[in-house]
Design a binder for this molecule. Sequence first.
Ligand code: G3P
Ligand code: CA
Length: 265
Amino acid sequence: MTNESTKSGASGFTLIAHRGFSSDAPENTYDAFDLAIENGFNNIETDVQLTSDGVAVLIHDGTLDRTTTGSGPVAEVELAYVNSLDAGIWFEGPADSIGRRGPGAYGESFVPTLEEFLARYEGNVNLHLELKSHEQELVDVVAKLIDEYGWSKPESPATPGVSISSFDASQLWRSKKTMPHLDHGFLLRRITQLDCELAVSLGCSGIYPNAGGVTVGDVEMAVRSGLVVRTWGVKTDEDLLRSRSSGAAGTTVDWPLRAKKILEG
Ligand code: G3P
Ligand code: CA
């Protein structure tokens, strides 16, 4: 297995800021992405979907309701509507550095487009991009932007670049065909031999199980198939420690700074 090492994680185990530093700022906004970077975490995970007019936007849920002032499916609204929404009012995390909460604390809390993200963080971030929605066109839109902005495969977890992940095997298949030069990872709940074989057949170099149930045996099985394992779904300190002791190369986590401290003992 690749022995990943990065300044943004405990040695040999990469901590990826999940939806940005999403425990302390509204997920998938520049507030959360910038906070991750300010704290030394240049590995950032985010989710991409298409609006009805074909623009790639960074949002997790299939609907706008939970994380914005709008409502309805992302796929049924145009970018102009998404741009009119606040994406920070809902957030009830810690106050900012001067004690503000809510909208005043998150000046740039709108839904970013992928294009804006790629322009803003070019050369500065190792982006772990999850293809969240299922439209065939999503892959072409993402691939065009990645190409236009010149993002490529990172040389190591500590260097800038982009890789792709998805729970959707069809999207991974399309994406790997369209962007063969990028690493792809198959998201799933639990590693099985069949899923390792599927991941390899899709052209993936990684397999990404939930941290809560991952075992040393699961990781060894994936490694025998030539796959790098990193986990997701870390909810507790135990999940984090379980992920590292399984032999996984890293994990996404909402609270990367606390995770780093835990792992450093
Ligand atoms: O790190 C992968 C993870 O983001 C997958 O789950 O639901 O948070 O997108 P979700
Ligand atoms: Ca995700």
